[in-house]
Write a protein that binds this ligand. Structure first.
Ligand code: UDP
Ligand code: MG
Length: 318
């Protein structure tokens, strides 16, 4: 493949200490791509591996010039950053991302491409028989339903990275300069049409998951903040509710004081609570207001493209 040449399909695969899987991964991906009989490139992004992965990637790229491209990052930046690095290097009309640990079988790629050919912008996948620990499945179910509610985009499984994107979506994502991203959500925000198909999921046979408990939590925060600034707004809601309940409580005390006498309200101790509630509520509302500004600053600092033109239609006069 010469530089600048049009390519049909790019695979982008982030690799972090996957020496046990790389050999088989490359072999199976090459087989699947070759069977299609169209131009392709496989981009292996080494995300600062400290095992033999880097050497293996370099060797694979030398062995299969014009088919495999190695992108070696200087240190570990995290899965999503590594994928972005791969996307930036990709040239395919369609880009498919997948994990290097063979949990996403490369044999499923043609299914995704068939779906893309129907004209959708982004194809997501649902892991049919997901082979992960109960804890992972449970927390990911929780997060998925939260994302669905917040974004209104009905995708079932945001965690599975076996996904296909059309070129314009990739270009739009590359225009986003933000540091912490969650690619499936970013892509959906630019897609006009999305669809989801069910794919097989394999258990990890070699190596360990690269996400520790803390790593997972930080990933969830990336997901949350890349999605919305709603939590900041939540502060005002909470504050309003606390302040309102303080005021209601105050009124209640006042009425009861007249009906039942001073002893009933423990000589004014409860009144203190009512006053406290109002002030605590006011503080929360203040925080929420700050949050509104911070949210706006965050949007501006992220500098996502303000809009994304998918197509320009202009009629010509006869
Ligand atoms: N990965 C990466 N950088 C990281 C962590 C993970 O490039 O900092 C890659 C990893 O090599 C694999 C993919 O991201 O190809 C998914 O990682 P993993 O299988 O550990 O995640 P899990 O399946 O446990 O969610
Ligand atoms: Mg995995």
């Amino acid at each position: 493949m010469k530089p600048g040449e049009q390519i049909d399909l790019s695979l982008v695969i982030p690799v972090f200490n996957e020496e046990g899987n790389l050999g088989e991964l490359v072999e199976r991906c090459l087989k699947v791509c070759r069977e299609r009989g169209r131009s392709f490139e496989i981009i292996l992004v080494d995300d600062g591996s400290v095992d033999g992965s880097t050497v293996m990637i370099i060797r694979a790229a030398r062995e299969h010039p014009s088919q495999i491209i190695g992108v070696v990052l200087n240190r570990n930046y995290g899965q999503h950053a590594a994928v972005v690095a791969g996307l930036a290097k990709s040239r395919g009309d369609v880009v498919v991302t997948l994990d290097a640990d063979l949990q996403n079988p490369p044999e499923e790629i043609p299914k995704l491409l068939a779906e893309i050919e129907k004209g959708v912008d982004v194809v997501g996948t649902i892991r049919a028989n997901r082979r992960d620990s109960f804890f992972r499945k449970f927390s990911s179910g929780l997060v998925n339903s939260m994302v669905r509610r917040a974004t209104g985009v009905m995708m079932h499984d945001y965690g599975c990275m076996l996904r296909a994107y059309r070129r314009p979506i990739v270009e739009a994502m590359l225009q986003c300069q933000e540091r912490s991203t969650f690619i499936p959500i970013l892509a959906n925000s630019f897609a006009r049409t999305t669809s989801e198909i069910s794919v097989n999921h394999a258990a990890r046979t070699r190596g360990d998951s690269k996400y520790s408990f803390l790593g997972l939590i930080s990933l969830q925060f990336d997901l949350l903040t890349s999605m919305s600034t709603f939590p900041l707004r939540l502060l005002s809601f909470v504050g309003t509710i606390i302040a309102l309940s303080g005021i209601t409580f105050g009124f209640f005390l006042l009425v009861m004081r007249f009906l039942m006498g001073a002893a009933w309200a423990a000589q004014g101790v409860f009144t203190l609570f009512a006053v406290l509630f109002v002030f605590v509520g006011a503080q929360f509302i203040g925080l929420g207001l700050l949050g509104e500004y911070i949210g706006r600053i965050y949007q501006d600092v992220r500098a996502r493209p303000r809009y994304f033109i998918q197509e320009i239609v202009a009629g010509t006069e006869e």
